[in-house]
Ligand binder design. Structure first.
Ligand code: SF4
Ligand code: SF4
Length: 278
């Protein structure tokens, strides 16, 4: 049963973070008609949508209209943003469709901005959200050497000073305000055919419980398929139900149910262990 769908409204990003897969697909923005069609297809399966795979969603010039379409279909939206354009979209805090927003704070290292200026709209946003009780806010760091980078450290210091908390170095996340959390995730390796991992057996929630729709309509099993290697079909020329009954989708999901990996990219993916504990 599909529980969440990633919809890439754009694969264009203003940054080039070291920890990004950096897709090489043709740059593209989904237009409103395309997005509405995608939502019409997806909403009967799940109301939980994530407006990203690659790309920066707040760069989409019609992000507010997109959110309105999601609201009209009673969808709950999650956004992940590098916050570079947040100050132009502060009113999103009041949008009824926005369930959660995650700020990728380590992207500050790749932005031409000082940490205080970078954090200002983020602090305003999370404090408003916390006061009105909506949306959930996540402040994301990667728990690796990058946390020692100077601007990243300064962002964490700004938060620690303002909300009086400490990072023990071991916890996964901590609440700093009602509805506002700091998240320290372990980094992962993007799946690629040249990685050391190469396994024929295993399972994953990709395709079984989640799918992603890339900005050109290509449907892939998860948000890690940044290049669209596992193309299950294209929503701009097929219905979702046709794609979910295709031979490739059926082979892949049957495989995962029986602990068998059918796709080359999945054989080289370690992220599936987070789902399968194998
Ligand atoms: S902000 Fe996100 S999409 Fe953009 S380069 Fe960084 S990790 Fe990639
Ligand atoms: S194994 Fe990796 S690439 Fe394959 S569906 Fe799962 S997360 Fe995606």
């Amino acid at each position: 049963m599909i529980k969440r769908v990633y919809i890439e409204i754009t694969n264009i990003c203003n940054l080039s973070c070291a920890f990004c897969a950096k897709n090489t697909r043709a740059p593209r923005m989904m237009n409103l008609q395309e997005f509405e069609y995608v939502i019409n297809q997806v909403a009967p399966l799940t109301k939980y949508i994530y407006l990203h795979v690659q790309g920066e969603p707040l760069m989409h010039p019609q992000i507010h209209e997109i959110m309105d379409i999601a609201a009209a279909h009673e969808c709950h939206v999650q956004l992940v943003t590098n916050a570079a354009f947040l100050k132009d979209h502060m009113d999103l805090v009041n949008h009824p469709a926005l369930r959660k927003i995650s700020f990728s704070l380590q992207s500050v290292e790749y932005q031409k901005i000082d940490p205080e200026t970078f954090m200002k709209p983020i602090l305003d946003f999370i404090e408003t959200a916390s006061a009105v009780g909506h949306p959930f806010c996540e402040l994301r760091f990667w728990r690796d050497d990058q946390m020692e980078l100077p601007k990243t450290k300064q962002c964490l210091n700004i938060l620690q000073h303002r909300y009086t908390f400490k990072d023990s170095g071991r916890i996964r996340n901590q609440k700093i305000l009602p509805g506002v959390y700091v998240d320290y995730s372990n980094p992962f390796e993007w799946p690629a055919e040249n990685t050391e991992e190469n396994s024929l057996s295993g399972t994953c929630l990709g395709a079984l419980e989640q799918i992603a729709v890339l900005s050109d309509g290509t449907v892939v099993p998860c948000c890690l398929d940044a290049e669209g290697k596992i193309s299950l079909g294209n929503l701009f020329s097929q219905t979702l139900s046709e794609i979910l009954s295709s031979e490739r989708y059926t082979r892949m999901t049957e495989g995962f149910r029986n602990y068998r990996i059918t796709e080359e990219l999945c054989r080289h993916c370690t992220f599936r262990r987070r789902f399968s504990k194998q």
